[in-house]
Ligand binder design. Structure first.
Ligand code: ATP
Length: 310
């Protein structure tokens, strides 16, 4: 079953200037399908159009053309049904006012006509204790945890997390990832928007990469790594660097750079060249005492995919 479907969605914002008005195209003809039960990463650099897409999904903003269906409902004609079944952690809005954290969570439960135990929700985000303080005394990270607890109220079928790691320390980020996995195990679909690639990689089944309003790819991160390439690194520690070894390694297809430091050889190469590089060292007269490899970095991957979009 499909959880989210964008069909030919474009969005142009009008901008009024002092001298003249112009417009900006935030989304261009986006087609995207997210299946039920998926943890889906929505990636893109600043200004790519991620928040606009989410706002359209929740009918806070209307598309210039195209349509979006969420959980089987057209968001423009049936936004109430969509919002009833969706939990949202918005980007840039925190809890406000003098009410306590617990009162906020109780309000979220009530507004979803749900029967969750506020204690349990607060415990899931490690906010028992501070829940008794007014939220205007909260730090950014505490506010973010509370907003996550509120988004979880009513066991939503779809959880939309817009830059969920904002303000979270490493423990908070870990809690958030644990909760995403728990929600997926419960059967919810999670739509996770971020420009922090490591966060997305840790939890998402598939990712879409948006750049300048255009969808440039939809894939699993593993498959992206395979197809897009980028540089892997192999570090080999040897008993000695045999004569001619560097020439032999640099002639392997896919090897880009070599460096030696004493008895260590560092090789920058395409993923496919990692195994031949290691094999060549094992076949040499030297003893290989240690081998370590790293995959192409996500930053590199991201830069490669978003490069060259008009
Ligand atoms: N209300 C608005 N009026 C005019 N332009 C807007 C409006 N909202 C967004 N934009 C423009 O649309 C484009 C996409 O913005 P959007 O906020 O959707 O990107 P984003 O990917 O969420 O960025 P970020 O990661 O920085 O939050 C940007 O050029 C932005 O300036």
């Amino acid at each position: 079953m499909v959880a989210i479907e964008f069909s030919g969605v474009s969005k142009r914002y009008g901008r009024r200037g002092i001298i003249r008005s112009n417009s900006v195209t935030a989304l261009r003809n986006v087609d995207l399908t997210v299946e039920e039960g998926e943890v889906f990463g929505f990636l893109g650099p600043n200004g790519a159009g991620k928040s606009t897409a989410i706002d359209i999904m929740l009918d806070y903003v209307q598309p210039t053309s195209g349509s979006v269906h969420v959980l089987g409902h057209d968001v423009q004609t049936d936004s109430v049904s969509v919002r009833e079944r969706t939990g949202v952690l918005p980007d840039g809005y925190g809890p406000i006012g003098e009410r306590t954290g617990r009162e906020h969570v109780e309000f979220a439960i009530e507004s979803k006509n749900a029967t969750d135990d506020p204690e349990e929700l607060l415990e899931r985000v490690n906010m028992l204790g501070p829940d008794a303080y007014p939220v205007d005394q909260y730090s950014k990270g505490m506010a973010q945890r509370l907003m996550l607890a509120m988004a979880l109220a009513g066991e939503p079928d779809l959880l939309v997390l817009d830059e969920p790691s904002t303000g979270l320390d490493p423990n908070g980020a870990r809690t958030m990832r644990r909760i995403v996995r728990e929600e997926r195990d419960r059967g919810a679909t999670v739509f996770f928007s971020s420009h922090i690639l490591e966060q997305v990689e840790a939890v998402c089944d598939r990712v879409a990469i948006l750049d300048a309003g255009q969808l440039v790819t939809v894939d699993s991160i593993d498959h992206l790594r395979e197809t897009v390439g980028g540089m892997a690194r192999v570090t080999l520690e040897l008993s000695q660097v045999p004569t001619g070894a560097l020439d032999r390694l640099s002639s392997i297809d896919g090897v880009a750079e070599l460096e030696t430091n004493g008895t260590t050889i560092e090789v920058a190469c395409e993923n496919r060249a990692k195994a031949p590089v290691i094999a060549a060292c094992h076949d040499s007269p030297a003893t290989v005492s240690n081998v370590s490899t790293t995959d192409p970095s996500l930053d590199e991957l991201f830069a490669t995919v978003t490069e060259g979009v008009a």
